[in-house]
Design a protein around this ligand. Structure first.
Ligand SMILES: O=P(O)(O)O[C@H]1O[C@H](CO)[C@@H](O)[C@H]1O
Ligand SMILES: O=c1cc[nH]c(=O)[nH]1
Length: 237
C-alpha cells in the first residue's frame, strides 16, 4: 500500500532498514554492500532499496534532512510497512575535543532544540533513547573490527547554520556531536515499541574547524555502514 511519500507495496521493505539522510548514500550502500537489490521507492527522489546482506534481507532508504523529514519517513516505515529495526547512518559535527573526525558516534540518547515531542503533550521533558539491543550489537561490531567509536548523548538540532555558538552550552552537558534527525526517529520508534539507533561518522569538528577529506570520509562512512548492516541483520530472521 503506497503512501504520499513512498510507492512501495506491502512486503517490499525488510524488517530492518538503514536510514541515511542522503538518498544517494542509500544508493551507494545498496550498490556496494547488498546483493539482489530492488528499488522500492523513488518518490521525491527519496531512494529506497531492498537486497540481501550476508544472506539476510535488509533495506536502505534516504530520509532527507531534519526531524520533520525523518519523522514522516520513519512513521510510515513503522506504521504502514511494519519495519521493526531502524538504524540511521549519518554524518555529524563533533563538539568535544576527544571526539575526532572519522570516529564513529553512537547515540545512546538524543537531545533536541526542536519541538518534535510536543505532539505527545507530556508533562515534562522527554529523553529520547536508542534501543539498547541495537546499540549493544553495534558496539560489539565496531569493537570487533577495531573501528574507533564513542557512545553517548548527541544533539538533534533544527539548525545547521546558526547566529549564535550554542553548541558550547550543549558541549558542557556532555553532548558528543550534533546532527539533525535522531530525536524524531527515537520518538517515533519508542512510541511504537520498535527499535531504533543513530550511528554517525564525524565529518566535521565544530571545536577545531577540521573537516574530513573526501577519501577518508568515504572510508569512515564505509566502516559505519558495515557496523550498521551487521547490526541490522542480527535482528532479521
Ligand atoms: O549526513 P546526514 O545523514 O544527512 O546527516 C547530517 O548531515 C545533514 C546536514 O548536512 C543533516 O541531515 C545531518 O543530520
Ligand atoms: O556539523 C555538522 C556536520 C554534519 N551534520 C550536522 O548536522 N552538523
Amino acid at each position: 500500500m503506497a503512501t504520499p511519500h513512498n510507492q512501495a507495496e506491502t512486503g517490499e521493505i525488510a524488517e530492518s532498514i538503514l536510514l541515511p539522510g542522503d538518498p544517494l548514500r542509500a544508493k551507494f550502500i545498496a550498490e556496494n554492500f547488498l546483493e539482489d537489490v530492488e528499488e522500492f521507492n523513488s518518490v521525491r527522489n527519496m531512494l529506497g532499496f531492498t537486497g540481501n546482506y550476508q544472506g539476510k534481507r535488509v533495506s536502505v532508504m534516504g530520509t532527507g534532512m531534519g526531524c520533520p523529514s525523518i519523522g514522516i519517513y520513519s512513521y510510515e516505515l513503522i506504521h504502514f510497512y511494519g519495519v521493526k529495526n531502524l538504524i540511521r547512518v549519518g554524518s555529524c559535527g563533533s563538539v568535544q575535543e576527544h571526539v575526532r573526525v572519522g570516529d564513529i558516534v553512537m547515540a545512546m540518547g538524543a537531545s533536541t532544540d526542536g519541538g518534535y515531542a510536543h505532539q505527545y503533550k507530556l508533562p515534562g521533558t522527554y529523553s529520547a533513547t536508542a534501543s539498547y539491543e541495537l546499540l549493544a550489537r553495534a558496539v560489539q561490531s565496531a569493537s570487533e573490527h577495531g573501528f574507533s567509536h564513542v557512545e553517548g548523548n548527541i544533539l538533534s538540532s533544527d539548525l545547521f547554520y546558526t547566529e549564535t555558538p550554542e553548541w558550547k552550552e550543549w558541549a558542557k552537558m556532555g553532548i558528543l556531536s550534533i546532527e539533525m534527525e535522531s530525536y524524531a526517529l527515537y520518538c517515533n520508534a519508542n512510541r511504537a515499541g520498535v527499535r531504533a539507533l543513530g550511528i554517525f561518522t564525524v565529518s566535521d569538528s565544530i571545536v577545531t574547524g577540521e573537516s574530513l577529506p573526501a577519501k577518508e570520509r568515504q572510508v569512515g562512512f564505509t566502516n559505519m555502514m558495515q557496523v550498521a548492516l551487521e547490526t541490522a541483520v542480527s535482528f532479521t530472521e
